[in-house]
Every structure is written in structure tokens, then in C-alpha cells.
Write a protein that binds this ligand. Structure first.
Ligand code: ATP
Length: 251
């Protein structure tokens, strides 16, 4: 199978603190959900995959190409879309200008950048608001603009850090459809605390605790591991809390 990305034996940290150790994961097309408690290392992992910070140890391969040199990283960035938890944007930009600018940053060719920006805005349901200023958007609309900039162009690896924060219930349902659509062409990795969102939208789940994978598998496999006394209001929440309590075992 051709994997869009592979991570092997990843270690990452800040200063003298080690946050992630010996983490491996990989994905072909499709959606991968990252679940884990606050501070588990999800954002650190996504930032590393997005090439914002180089790994301390381990290998990252994008389309089979290991990222060793600055040139490898620059080339990989053209096919990586990243939505950080807090993304900056010029408040005076229109929504279209913002997404078009992000297409330019990703080196989408000039002749196709405008069309690509409109397509991304259409996919997130913001086409009708393309002339609105970024500073005039609601929290949910801002999130959708952020997703649009992450998917504009020919991205093959889409990294979304808590993309459903601020979305209302209907938008969350639309978001799940959008993830299904994008993941037909790309690998999508998304982190969230909303267990139901990842279970509905993702074929593969990774549960991360203290920078290590404690579960990897399908939502069904997670369900199969639920302890009868697992904490949570829904079956999936109980499965998730069971996985967090267990020692590191992958499906
Ligand atoms: N820039 C930084 N400098 C130092 N420590 C950091 C930095 N960013 C994150 N950390 C620490 O790294 C650990 C992992 O943080 P990270 O943001 O990756 O977790 P997370 O799983 O995304 O958490 P959350 O669900 O709260 O967003 C935390 O203990 C955090 O305090």
C-alpha cells in the first residue's frame, strides 16, 4: 500500500521536556482521528507532521520520501494543509483574499489559485461569504475559513487541530461530510475531544496518552475493548476512557 505519510519512532519535546516518545503511525487516504486528554501531545504531533518543528528523533516520510533536508521539507509542504488551533490572519482580508493568499503560500500556480480558493470556500460552505472581512466572521465561520485554507490546492495530507471547536451541531454534521469528501483524495488527520465526531468521520483512531499511542484501530475495535464500568455517557465515550486506562496496546 502507498502511504501518504509514515512516522516511525518519533520523539519530540520542548526544552528538556520530552512530550512524545517512540510514536509510530501511518496513513494512506482516509481520515485518522487523534483522541487524547489535555496535554497528551496531539498538537505537538500535528505541528511535527506539519513540519513546523523538526522531530528530535525518528523518521517522517511523506509519499515515501523521508524528510531529511530543507529541500525535502519545502517540497512536502506543498502537499500539506494545516489548521492550527489558533491561526493568524489579517483581519482586513476578505475571506476570499485570505484563502487565496494561503494558496499562494502553498505555491499553488497563479493561474489556478483563484479557482482553487473558490472551490475550497465552496467545500466549507463559505462561498456566499467570500467578500466578507475576516474580522466580521463568527467563531464557527472563522473555523470554516481555517479549514478552507488547509484544503486549498492539491493537498494530500490535511492536518486539523480541533477543527470542530465553535461549530454548531448542524455545522458539525456538515463537517463530518466534508471530512468524508476530502479523505477520498487525501489523508486527513484531525485531533479533537469530541469522541462522536471522530467515530463518525474517521476510519482509524489513535488514542494518545502522555505522548504515546495507547490504542490504534477502527472505531469498532475501540468499541470492542470497552470495559463494562468505563466512564462516559455514550458507548464510545466509555470505549475511549477504557483505552486511556489500559496499558499501551494497539489493535
Ligand atoms: N511551546 C511549548 N513549550 C513548552 N511546553 C509546551 C509547549 N507547547 C506544549 N507544551 C506542553 O507539551 C505538552 C503537550 O501539549 P500539546 O498541546 O501537544 O497537547 P494536546 O494533546 O494537544 O492538548 P490539548 O488537548 O489541551 O490541546 C503539554 O504538557 C504542554 O504543556
Amino acid at each position: 500500500m502507498d502511504f501518504i505519510f509514515e512516522v516511525e519512532g518519533l520523539a519530540q519535546g520542548y526544552g528538556s521536556r520530552r512530550i512524545i516518545s517512540g510514536l509510530s503511525m501511518r496513513a494512506a487516504r482516509g481520515a485518522v482521528g487523534l483522541l487524547g486528554p489535555n496535554g497528551a501531545g496531539k498538537t505537538t504531533l500535528l505541528r511535527t507532521l506539519a513540519t513546523v518543528t523538526p522531530p528530535r528523533q525518528g523518521k517522517i516520510r511523506i509519499f515515501g520520501q523521508e524528510l531529511r533536508t530543507d529541500a525535502d521539507v519545502r517540497e512536502a509542504r506543498r502537499s500539506i494543509g494545516y489548521l492550527p488551533q489558533d491561526f493568524g490572519c489579517h483581519p482586513g482580508f476578505s475571506v476570499y483574499e485570505f484563502v487565496r493568499y494561503c494558496a499562494w503560500l502553498r505555491m499553488v500556480p497563479e493561474r489556478t489559485a483563484g479557482k482553487a480558493a473558490l472551490r475550497a470556500l465552496d467545500q466549507v460552505g463559505l462561498a456566499a461569504m467570500r467578500s466578507r472581512k475576516m474580522k466580521e466572521l463568527s467563531g464557527g465561520m472563522l473555523r470554516r475559513a481555517g479549514i478552507a485554507q488547509a484544503i486549498v490546492g492539491e493537498v494530500k495530507l490535511v492536518l486539523l487541530d480541533e477543527p470542530t471547536v465553535g461549530l454548531d451541531p448542524e455545522q458539525r454534521l456538515e463537517f463530518r461530510d466534508l471530512i468524508r469528501e476530502i479523505s477520498g483524495e487525501a489523508a486527513v488527520v484531525l485531533s479533537t475531544h469530541l469522541v462522536e465526531d471522530v467515530a463518525a468521520a474517521c476510519g482509524t483512531l489513535y488514542v494518545i496518552r502522555d505522548g504515546a499511542v495507547v490504542f490504534s484501530g477502527t472505531p469498532q475495535q475501540l468499541t470492542d475493548r470497552a470495559a463494562p464500568d468505563g466512564r462516559g455517557d455514550t458507548p464510545l465515550e466509555r470505549d475511549y476512557t477504557t483505552a486511556l486506562r489500559s496499558s499501551a496496546v494497539t489493535a
